[in-house]
Design a protein around this ligand. Sequence first.
Ligand SMILES: Nc1nc2c(ncn2[C@@H]2O[C@H](COP(=O)(O)OP(=O)(O)OP(=O)(O)O)[C@@H](O)[C@H]2O)c(=O)[nH]1
Ligand SMILES: [Mg+2]
Length: 199
Amino acid sequence: MNIKIADTRFVGTAHDSLMPLDEVAFAGRSNVGKSSLINALLKRKRLVKTSKQPGKTRNVNFFRVDLVGLPSLYMVDLPGYGYAKVSKKAREEWAHVINSYLEKTRDLKLVFLLLDIRRDPRDEEFYAVAMAKDIGVPCILVATKADKLSASIRRNRLLAIGRALGIQPVACSALTGMGLDTLWKAILFSRLKKTDTSE
Ligand SMILES: Nc1nc2c(ncn2[C@@H]2O[C@H](COP(=O)(O)OP(=O)(O)OP(=O)(O)O)[C@@H](O)[C@H]2O)c(=O)[nH]1
Ligand SMILES: [Mg+2]
């Protein structure tokens, strides 16, 4: 896939001041690798801050991506859920931030739901899949940190996760670049489809 990126930049944490463009959101548990995946897709090392300390991303962060020969879009880094040490208040705040994003967005074309390839899906993942279905946005399951496993264990994990959630995951690694091409194809395809069916 020959995607040419002309420019990428952080443009804010709220829709209010932004011009409308297609959005692709990255959702998933804290520390699963959302920010790293955006950096990898955009071939940038430190556009999005990553951290060994979970719960780093608290806001909805918009990154504008200008592509050569294709319309611009936003990659939307959502705050990570399910960090065990976070208080009830922080969890409620998280739900509020996500819900107000979903209420405001008009241009969400695709959700990447990230899950660490070594972990089994839990309530939050089932909930996120159901929510995407509810709002009518295609959801692609991304099994992150696939570089941590050998090929045979990786295959077994993908099958197990796929069986549990009813969606076949794409194995990805921000480190080796595995799966990134497939994600770019999904981004391009989701935008084409919407354009075709618009009035
Ligand atoms: N081996 C490996 N490590 C990864 C990969 N992606 C992310 N990591 C590591 O996982 C940790 C968390 O990555 P982040 O990208 O900050 O995770 P996040 O989902 O944005 O986390 P929050 O912002 O807290 O929700 C960092 O130490 C990353 O270096 C990957 O593909 N392979
Ligand atoms: Mg992050």
